[in-house]
Design a protein around this ligand. Sequence first.
Ligand code: TYC
Length: 101
Amino acid sequence: MPDATTTPRTKTLTRTARPPLHKVILVNDDFTPREFVVRLLKAEFRTTGDEAQRIMITAHMKGSCVVAVFTREIAESKATRATETARAEGFPLLFTTEPEE
Ligand code: TYC
């Protein structure tokens, strides 16, 4: 009879490492209209109107606010795309990324 106290384990536990996540950060400025920021957050990051309003006001008051977290490539492409959309409308709005601790 195999005995749990003396029989060595033969199966290997395999774990798949989760990719590190990166934050997309909305940066405040003095020129971009609040309504435009809210509209862009809803369109580019699929937030609700309430979430977009909260994120915009937080960045407005504190200087910046985390919008969402993604894998590095997705975070960077979303930040670049949102920043370019703002530029195309003539606004200096900036989205940056940074690794999550
Ligand atoms: N500070 C801007 C204003 O008063 C609004 C704004 C909010 C701009 C958040 C950027 O990330 C931002 N019109």
